[in-house]
Design a binder for this molecule. Sequence first.
Ligand code: G16
Length: 544
Amino acid sequence: MNILTISTTPFDDQKPGTSGLRKKVTVFRQPHYLENFVQALFNSLDGYEGATLVVGGDGRYYNRTAIQTILKMAAANGFGRVLLGRDGLLSTPAASALIRQHQAFGGIILSASHNPAGPDGDFGIKFNTGNGGPAPENVTEAIYAHSREIRDYRLLKAPDLGLGGAGETQLGAMAVEIVDSVVAYAELMEQLFDFDAIKALFKSGLFSMCFDAMHAITGPYAREILEHRLGAPVRTVINAEPLEDFGGGHPDPNLVHAHELVSLMEDRNAPDFGAASDGDGDRNMILGRRFFVTPSDSLAVMAANAHLLPGYRLGLAGVARSMPTSMAVDRVAEALGIECYETPTGWKFFGNLLDAGKITLCGEESFGTGSDHVREKDGLWAVLFWLNLLAVRKQPVERIVREHWVRYGRNYYSRHDYEGVDAAPAQELMERLRGGFDALQGRQFGSLQVKFCDDFSYTDPVDGSVSSRQGIRIVFQDGSRIVFRLSGTGTVGATLRVYLECYEPDRRRHDLDTQEALATLIGIAEDVAQIRKHTGRSAPSVIT
Ligand code: G16
C-alpha cells in the first residue's frame, strides 16, 4: 500500500461552530485545508482501527471532490470500512440513521446545511459520533486543538473511486460499500408512522399537498416516500432534483427563502398542506393553507399529539428545546407531567438526553424537530409526523394549531436576523449588553418589568459538562423574553439573532399580527441593544 505522509502547517481558523466547520468553498479549496481538518479529526479520535465510518453529504458543489480526499485519508489512517451514500449523497438524518443501524464508529457529513452553494458558496464538514449525533463540544474542542498543532497528514495514493453504482470495492486495505440510504430511511419511517392512514388520506381525493425539496438532498427521499410509498400524486414534490448549487437558491425552509412554496400556499387554490426541507434535509417548515406554523408551535403540537401516532403511542419520556425556542412546548410538558429540558442552541446538546432516555422529542426555533429515532433533527420525519396527524385528526393544519392555542395559550414568537454585519460592532453590542445586566435587573419598561437577565449557561444533566455564554436573556415578570445571540453557522462577518416572545392566554387575542403583538418587545430590544447603531441596519434582513 502506498501511504503518503504529507507535510503541512496549521490553519488558525478551524474551530467548529454550532454545527461543524463551515466556510466558503474558496477557503476549503486552499491547499491542505480540508486535509488538515480531517487529519485533526482523526488525530482527536481513539480506537477506530478497522472500524466503520459513514461518509456522505448534501451534494453541494465540492462534495464529490472532498469525498475522494476523505476516502483516501480514512484508508491511510486505518479505518476498516466506509459506508458511502450512493453518488456521495446522504441527508443528515439518513447519515445518522446509517451510523446507528450499522453500529458504525461515526460519520463524516459534508454540508453547510441551508447556506447557498456553488464555487462562491459555502461548504462544511462535521463529525458525528457512534450514537449518530453531532460530536459534543469536548470532541470539537479536541479537533480544534489538533488543528492548531498539525504537522502532517496521511493519504493513500490511489486513483479516484467511482461513487455511483452499488456494492463493495477496495481502497487499499479499506472496504468501501456504496449504500442506498433512501430505502433504509423509508423503512425506518414506516416503523414510526401509520402509512396506511396517510395513504387513505391521499386516496380520499379530499387532500392535497406540496413538498418543496428546494433542489437539495431531500428530493429523492421525499419522492420515494410521498409519491411512491404513500401514493401522493406525481409532482407533489417540487424542486426534487438535487443540484450542486441548489438551483442558485438558498435552501433554507423559511418564509423568505422558500418563496415558491409560500406563494403557492397563499393562493386561493392552495393545497391543504405545504412543507419544505433544507440543503441537508434536517430542517423543516410546516404550512397550512394560508397559515404558517412556527417551528416552536410545531414542536408543541407534536408533543401534545404524539400519542396518536404508532411510533409514539406509549407516550413521551420527556421533551427538550433550545433556549431561544419559544416556551410553548413547556406548557404541553407540564400538562403531560413530563420533564422539559432547556439546552443551548445546537442539536449536539440533545444527544446525551436522547441517549439517556430522558427525552423522546426535541426541537429548535431554527426549523428543526426530531425524536429518538435518530440523533439529528429530521426534516422529512417532521413532515410525515404532521401528515400522520392530519390523517388521524381529520382537521386542517390551522384548526389543529388554533385548538392548541385555545387549550395552552399562544406564544407569539419571532426571530429577527441581521445577517452578515461587521463582526467587531456585533461583538461590542453583546459585550455592552453583558456589561449592563446590573442596570437592567428590575428595570421597568412601560408595563413590563425585567425579572432577570443573564448569559445562558447550561449544565448537561447527564455528564455534568458546562457550556456558558450561550445567549443573553432578558426575561420579564410576565414571562415575555428577548434573547440575543450571535449565530455560529455563518461564514461572512457576524449574524445577530434577536428572539422575541410573549405569551397570550386569552383566546380573543389569538389573531393579532405577530410583529404587532411583539411590538413593545421589539422596541425594548432596540432600546437596550442599540441594534441600528451597532449593525448599521435599519431593519432585520430576515424575519421568521
Ligand atoms: C444548526 C444547528 C442547529 C442550530 C442552527 C442555527 O442547524 O444544528 O442546532 O439551531 O444551526 O444555529 P445558529 O443560530 O448558531 O446559526 P443546521 O440546520 O444549520 O445544521
